[in-house]
Design a protein. Structure first.
Length: 134
């Protein structure tokens, strides 16, 4: 990082626009939904999205052929809070490889990092989606 990094993490909102890569796209049956990018984090509300930043996502296949997903988050708040997280693992054709994982309660300290980790049980998982909600 060039220069001196800030002592307090600064949260910046991304520019409005398409996120790159494959996405879950639904057919139109009444209401429609914007595409949900695969191998990403989906926030349940704008409030939750403003309260934390995704610092990095990591995914790797384990020796038993399951997929381990790790995400590091940074709290953008000056007070402690908590969120719920779960992961959906999908096959290459975006069909579910298994049921979504159980919701985990994750605690975020003010302006601090936290790591969320999940492991698939299916060996044919090709992508994932982490959901974050209150």
């Amino acid at each position: 990082i060039p220069g001196n990094p800030p002592v307090v993490a600064e949260c910046k909102r991304p520019a409005v626009g398409d996120r790159p890569g494959p996405a879950l796209v639904g057919r139109e049956y009444g209401l429609s939904v914007t595409p949900i990018p695969l191998n990403s984090v989906q926030f349940g509300s704008h409030e939750v999205a403003k309260s934390m930043a995704v610092q990095n996502l990591y995914a790797a296949r384990t020796p038993t052929d399951s997929v381990q997903v790790n995400a590091r988050f940074v709290s953008c708040l000056d007070e402690a809070t908590s969120v719920r997280m779960r992961t959906s693992f999908m096959r290459a054709d975006t069909s579910p490889a298994e049921a979504p994982t159980a919701w985990k309660l994750i605690f975020l300290s003010p302006r601090a990092t936290t790591v969320y980790s999940e492991l698939s049980t299916a060996t044919d998982a090709a992508s994932y989606l982490i959901e974050v909600s209150r």
